[in-house]
Design a protein. Structure first.
Length: 107
């Protein structure tokens, strides 16, 4: 490999690295860290920030649904949360308006 070929190789490598770095910087600057991202599990669910959930709950616009066992709920839970263990959820769905905002938790 002669000097001209080596120079071209380094220019191509440097260009590729520059493009990758530019892409990473672009994504870092244009991505909203507070955006709700869909959960890729086949259900119509979304993750939300704790601040958004608490704000909606405090305004009476949301329900916290604890899906742990009754024993776990009795040990500790969010004040005002409704307890319906996951195994009983199908037959004991919470009585809320269609489209209501429901936050489920299990830990």
């Amino acid at each position: 490999m002669n000097a001209k070929q080596k120079t071209r190789t380094w220019i191509v490598i440097a260009s590729a690295v520059t493009i990758v770095i530019a892409g990473v910087v672009y994504l870092a600057l244009t991505t909203d860290p507070n955006a709700i991202s869909p959960v890729n599990d086949g259900y119509d669910q979304y993750r939300d920030s704790l601040a958004n959930a608490k704000g909606a709950f405090d305004l009476g616009e949301a329900l916290f649904l604890d899906v742990r066992t009754s024993e776990e709920y009795a040990d500790a839970h969010i004040s005002g949360a409704v307890s319906i263990p996951l195994g009983e959820l199908a037959e004991n769905a919470p009585n809320v308006d269609k489209g209501a905002l429901i936050y489920t938790y299990c830990t």
